[in-house]
Design a protein around this ligand. Structure first.
Ligand SMILES: NC(=O)c1ccc[n+]([C@@H]2O[C@H](COP(=O)([O-])OP(=O)(O)OC[C@H]3O[C@@H](n4cnc5c(N)ncnc54)[C@H](OP(=O)(O)O)[C@@H]3O)[C@@H](O)[C@H]2O)c1
Length: 254
């Protein structure tokens, strides 16, 4: 296997960090981004004994100047990455009784614009080269509206459509657009959840599924399988069955 250069956003912890370490273990070079330089450095230090290299490339994905600077630095010091995984994101549950536009705006800003801004910076380079893979991390929570997830789900549904649109347009180009839809993965993000998360998997399991999926040919990399089946089932369920079922099933029924 030839040595690849991979750029992963939101890789100082959680899923992004696990994917970065797994690629580095396999001998690849991985540039990792997040806002906090110290936590990025900890990942670099953790990877010191691995076959591959991890490079810290701090930036806030919602800031175009910072993203541009980080990307230009990566190209200058290395080259155009073979793969980019736009993974940075956050979650904030919001009950209907606490509904506020600010939370919706914040999650759209970080999750959706946090992928759109890097895409604006990256796409001209990839379109010129007509090669390379760009993956967008959304969530199975973007398949259908779920209780307390109106802000998070909306940001992820937007990303699913955005990725599909780019895939449709670039299908016959050499630019390989992928969509990654994780189910529940145990990370600092989901540690905030107070409910039992069905089919919860570890970050290492998630990293294996992502790396295997991106090496394959399918547009959507969705895991774990049982969660993918359950959420696909909900996706196609008629509204008259879906709404009462999800209302009762998530403890929101009277
Ligand atoms: N865990 C799950 O069950 C699950 C399920 C479905 C989808 N996902 C998606 O998978 C992705 C990773 O989730 P995770 O659970 O690994 O989250 P996490 O543990 O909270 O890690 C999020 C990462 O994103 C970075 N980040 C946040 N805001 C950023 C910004 N504005 N600019 C740059 N980096 C930023 C964080 O570092 P800094 O704070 O230092 O910036 C951190 O490295 C997210 O997009 C999430 O929505 C997760």
């Amino acid at each position: 296997m030839s040595q690849e250069l991979i750029w992963i956003t939101g890789a100082s912890q959680g899923i992004g960090k696990a994917v970065a370490l797994a690629y580095a273990k396999a001998g690849h070079t991985v540039a990792i981004s997040a806002r906090n330089r110290e936590t990025l450095q900890q990942v670099v230090d953790e990877a010191a004994s691995l076959t591959g290299r991890i490079l810290s490339l701090s930036c806030d994905v919602t800031n175009k100047d910072q993203v541009t600077e980080a990307f230009n630095q990566l190209i200058e010091e290395e080259r155009l990455p073979d793969r980019v995984i736009l993974n940075a994101g956050t979650h904030q549950p919001m009950a209907a009784s606490e509904f506020n536009a600010e939370t919706v705006s914040k999650l759209l800003q970080i999750n959706t614009l946090g992928a759109a801004i890097p895409l604006e910076v990256l796409l001209p380079h990839y379109l010129e080269r007509q090669q390379g893979q760009i993956s967008i991390v959304a969530s199975v929570a973007g398949y259908r509206g779920l209780p307390t997830a109106s802000a998070y789900g909306a940001s992820k549904a937007a990303l699913i459509n955005l990725a599909e649109s780019l895939r449709a347009e670039l299908y016959s180009s050499g630019v390989d657009i992928r969509l990654i839809n994780p189910g529940f993965v145990k990370t600092p993000l989901t540690d905030k959840n107070e409910f039992d998360m069905p089919f919860l998997i570890s970050v290492d399991e998630a990293a294996n599924a992502i790396i295997k999926g991106l090496a394959g040919k399918k547009f959507e990399v969705v895991f774990p399988t049982r969660m993918a089946i359950a959420m696909s089932f909900l996706k196609w369920l008629p509204d008259r069955i879906f709404f009462p079922m999800i209302n009762r099933g998530t403890g929101h029924g009277r």
